[in-house]
Design a protein around this ligand. Structure first.
Ligand SMILES: O=C(O)CCC(=O)C(=O)O
Length: 255
């Protein structure tokens, strides 16, 4: 699929969350690998190099010093590791009759972020549940990111309700492109992923969208769209950073 994407003109390819492992805390240990010497990283490096693409390797369960992380690796067209991001907000939720998941049963949270230059475009990475935390996206925006990438594995409860809204929110809030890259639907899996990968532009428009099935979405990112919206709706220059902290502290003291 990576070669096919290259043949169709792509220079950046992104895979979904935990693409080398079933998504479930009981599987992460067994499927975990060391970075960059595990077999998945070797395959990703080779695929990036052979196809001369930047490759964002969704995520894999990473084994590091006796701990497990949910980690994304980013490879350049020479096959070198140019970035690494471990999910900082672990997916611990409990919706009775819906979905219960506790990533922290087996994973540890990351502590760093990752900004990578892909030609003229700076990209920032979050993983799935990270989408719900606007602060992370804002940090990336402040660091000059134009494209937020969220490899994910939303589910059949929160997927239909929140997936696309959250990606649109992060794109519009920050005047950047944002993409959610979700594993395809497999009704026989323990955890059934929502699918519906989507790329949203800074206006909140859907640029390209998949269904539930396995597929490759191909789209152009036009950075002029970012430039235009930032001039036309100049929220980046209109933030009241002089007030936010005072207002916040005032409220916290009152309440
Ligand atoms: O936030 C959600 O509803 C889903 C998150 C998730 O599936 C994940 O973090 O892997």
């Amino acid at each position: 699929m990576i070669s096919e994407a290259k043949q169709k003109g792509c220079n950046l390819v992104v895979l979904p969350e935990c693409f080398n492992s079933p998504y479930g805390t009981k599987y992460f240990g067994e499927y975990s690998e060391e970075i960059p010497n595990g077999e998945t990283c070797i395959a990703l490096s080779k695929a990036a190099k052979e196809n001369e693409v930047f490759l964002v390797g969704g995520s894999i369960p990473e084994k590091d010093n006796g701990k497990l992380f949910n980690t994304c690796t980013i490879w350049n067209p020479q096959g070198s590791l140019v970035g690494k991001y471990s999910k900082i907000h672990l997916f611990d939720i409990d919706i009775p009759g819906g979905v219960t998941f506790k990533e922290s049963d087996s994973l540890s949270p990351g502590k760093n972020i990752s900004v990578i230059d892909v030609g003229a475009c700076k990209i920032g990475i979050g993983i799935c549940y990270d989408l719900r935390f606007h602060e992370l996206a804002t940090i990336y925006k402040d660091l000059g990111v134009d494209l937020l990438l969220y490899p994910g594995a939303f589910n059949m409860t929160t997927g239909p309700l929140h997936w696309e809204h959250l990606i649109k929110a992060r794109a519009v809030d920050n005047q950047v492109f944002a993409a959610g890259i979700c594993g395809a639907r497999d009704d026989s899996a323990d955890y059934v992923a929502w699918g519906h990968s989507v790329l949203i532009d800074p206006w909140g428009k859907v640029v390209s969208k998949a269904g539930a099935e396995e597929t490759t979405l191909i789209a152009d990112i036009d950075l002029n769209v970012c430039k235009a919206i930032r001039e036309q709706i100049p929220i980046r220059k209109q933030r009241r950073t002089d007030l936010y902290e005072t207002l916040y502290k005032g409220k916290v003291q009152e309440g």
